[in-house]
Every structure is written in C-alpha cells, then in structure tokens.
Design a protein. Structure first.
Lengths: 114, 114
C-alpha cells in the first residue's frame, strides 16, 4: 500500500521559532511537493522537488525553505515562524513522466504559530 | 487569472441522489490533465478520477464519472447514488504538460443529507 507520512499531525510553535516539517514516501517517487491549505484558497504550492537535491519554488515560497537529501524524504523549514504561517501543510509525491500520474498525499500537519 | 474555477462553495444533496460538482479551467496548452480529489474531515486528500485532454471518452471510476466538455473547458464530477460517506471537500485540479505543478480550485464542500 502506498504511503506518504508526515512527522506530526498537530504542531504548536512560537513566533520566531525555527520549524521543521518532515515528509517521507515509500513509493520511490521522483517528485515531492509541499502545499499549504487555507479555507477558500485551495492548495497553494510552496516548493517542489523533482530529484534529490533539486528544488523549485512554487507560488508562495517566501518564508520557507526545503531540503531533499534523500529520495524518500522532503523537509519543509520555516526559518522564523510567523502567525501568518498558521495553516494546514500537506506533503505529496508522484512519479515523474506521465501526465496522468496522480499525486499521493500525506495526512497533513496542522501548524499553529502563537 | 484563475485557471481552475469551482463555482459552488457548498452543496447539500439528499442521500441516494446524483450530484454534479462543477469545474471550469483555463489553459492554452493543448496537452493537459484534469484531476478530482476528495478531502474528508480527517484531512487526507484522496485521488478520485483523471481525465486527459486527448482522451476520447469521459473517465469513469465506480460511482464517479467525469463530464468532460473540452470546447466549454469544463470537467464536472458526477457522483451517482450519493452516500453519507461522500460528505467531504472536493477539489478539481489541472496539470499542464509543460509543468510539474498541479493547479487547484478552491474546492466545493459537499454535505449528504440522510
């Protein structure tokens, strides 16, 4: 059974803290993605990676960075958390190549920054 | 400009009735794919169905079918014989062949009434 796991379901952090969100997939997928989801806005892409050590900015990369040192793991880093980064964060992975390759999602991390 | 538009923020439907969730899209890429995902209250995104721009027939997966009208740029999801477990957020998304990214609509919240 395909699996994308995220390190925490719920996280509460203070303003200014450095926050790490971890995502691991066991499907040998080349592509990995980090989204944030806010009500009424759908999913917005923060960063994606199409290979180890490769990363591309999405639509809203400001205030975030990522790391992909191994194929199965994609980390999202909030360098200095702010209250406007309170959101649901979703990680996804997919095979590359075919247009029809769907993205598989993790359960999400609901982050609250106080 | 919005590339994916879901005009129904919320819908109530009686159990066992069919339901149509609207999705219109905008692209100049002749090769693209359209995806529908379901997000129950638990938060995990579940892939439902895919339609490619060159597919001759409308996609079907069990109780889900896609009413694809290419000239009108619409890709509506039809759920037949709705069940209480169909209550969820539903998202339409598009991927253009020239792009890794999925572009997401804002979603429709579907509530099935017993």
């Amino acid at each position: 059974d395909v699996k994308v796991t995220q390190s925490s379901r719920y996280l509460v952090k203070r303003t200014g803290e450095k926050v790490f969100l971890e995502c691991v997939q066991d499907m040998d997928h080349e592509n990995m993605f980090w989204y944030r989801q806010d009500p009424g806005l759908g999913l917005r892409l923060i960063y994606f990676s199409y290979d180890v050590k490769m990363k591309e900015k999405g639509d809203i990369p400001e205030g975030y960075s990522v790391s992909r040192e191994k194929k199965e793991r994609f980390s999202l880093i909030l360098e200095s958390a702010s209250t406007n980064q309170t959101s649901m964060y979703l990680c996804a992975s997919s095979l590359s190549g075919r247009l029809y390759n769907e993205q598989f999602f993790g359960p999400g991390t609901r982050l609250t920054v106080l | 400009a919005q590339k994916i538009t879901q005009t129904q923020p919320g819908m109530f439907v009686q159990e066992k009735e069919a339901v149509t969730l609207d999705c219109t899209y905008d692209t100049s890429d002749p090769s693209y794919g359209l995806f529908w995902y379901k997000q129950p209250s638990s938060g995990e995104m579940i892939f439902l169905i895919y339609q490619g721009s060159y597919d001759q027939q409308n996609a079907t997966e069990g109780r889900y079918s896609l009413n694809f009208q290419k000239a009108r740029k619409s890709a509506n999801l039809v759920i037949s014989a709705s069940q209480l477990g169909d209550s969820a957020m539903y998202f339409c998304a598009m991927r253009e062949d020239s792009n890794y990214q999925l572009i997401w609509g804002a979603g429709t919240k579907l509530i099935i009434k017993p």
